[in-house]
Design a protein around this ligand. Structure first.
Ligand SMILES: [Zn+2]
Length: 155
């Protein structure tokens, strides 16, 4: 009988710890809002891009041709994402950067179903920003193609 209970206990512990492991691999973001709160906070375009992984029309955003010196932040949570020093003229009609502010973004989240590997997200709220391509200028050779709608600009 004691053995039987021991077996049950071990089985339960195994089940619980397996459950915790599954939780751990899922990306947890510091800044969290409900879907309703996001809709209230963001404009319809910002919501479609940031929360539904949409893409704004090229040459329509407010920041693709912005040449001012400053910092680009997440329109959803104010996380600092890109510096104007790393912005370059890509000719695509979307703000383009060859580098990002350390810990500002996450690229590709294989753990979250439905995201492609080159998708760029805000590291703080998980908002969709754009995509990264390997045809950028030196020194990184990368092109972070970002929607204006997902950014705010601070001089
Ligand atoms: Zn964010």
């Amino acid at each position: 009988m004691t053995r039987y209970f021991l077996f049950i206990a071990i089985t339960l512990i195994t089940l619980v710890s397996c459950g915790q492991q599954t939780e751990k691999t899922k990306t947890i973001y510091n800044f969290k809002l409900s879907d309703k709160e996001w809709q209230e906070k963001l404009s319809p375009t910002q919501y479609r891009v940031l929360r539904k992984s949409g893409t704004e029309q090229a040459f329509t955003g407010k920041l693709w041709d912005n040449k001012e010196q400053g910092t680009y932040t997440c329109a959803g949570c104010n996380q600092e994402l890109f510096l104007s020093d790393t912005k370059f003229k890509s000719g695509t009609g979307w703000p383009s950067f060859y580098n990002f502010i350390k810990k500002g973004i996450i690229v590709g989240t294989d753990n979250d179903l439905g995201y492609s590997r080159n998708e760029v997200h805000c590291a703080n709220c998980g908002g969709h920003l754009g995509h990264v391509f390997e045809d950028g200028p030196k020194p990184t050779g990368l092109r972070y193609c970002i929607n204006s709608a997902s950014l705010e600009f601070k001089e």
